[in-house]
Design a protein around this ligand. Sequence first.
Ligand SMILES: [Zn+2]
Length: 136
Amino acid sequence: MSKSSQMAEGLDDPDAAAFWRAAAEGRLVYSQCTACEAKWFPLRGVCSACGSDCAERQSSGRGEVYTWSRVHRSGETGFAQQVPYVVGMIALDDGFRIMANIEPVAAVEIGRRCHVTFRASPATGKPAPLFILDEA
Ligand SMILES: [Zn+2]
């Protein structure tokens, strides 16, 4: 098993496990430093800016498309049947960015408003964040 798939399943990383537990409940979470208030994603226990402890925060799940790419060919397990799909970076209103799939594929543009939902990942079967574009 690759390191990235172990991370995705949270097998050896307590912060990733916390993320997937929240996702299973339909919640998108991030970390915020209890001292300098810096926001981090993926989750982490210690602030990379000042070394203080971080706390888990729940995101509104609302943001905008920061950048994106349409995938026409995929060798990733479970994703080959999904093409074409869009993978993008979403800038959340809460002040962090996350990489996720965005739909509907044909309408994705930089700056479009979107919101999170959760759908079973074709790779793991576990609920994973998916961003849906708001009505134009
Ligand atoms: Zn800090």
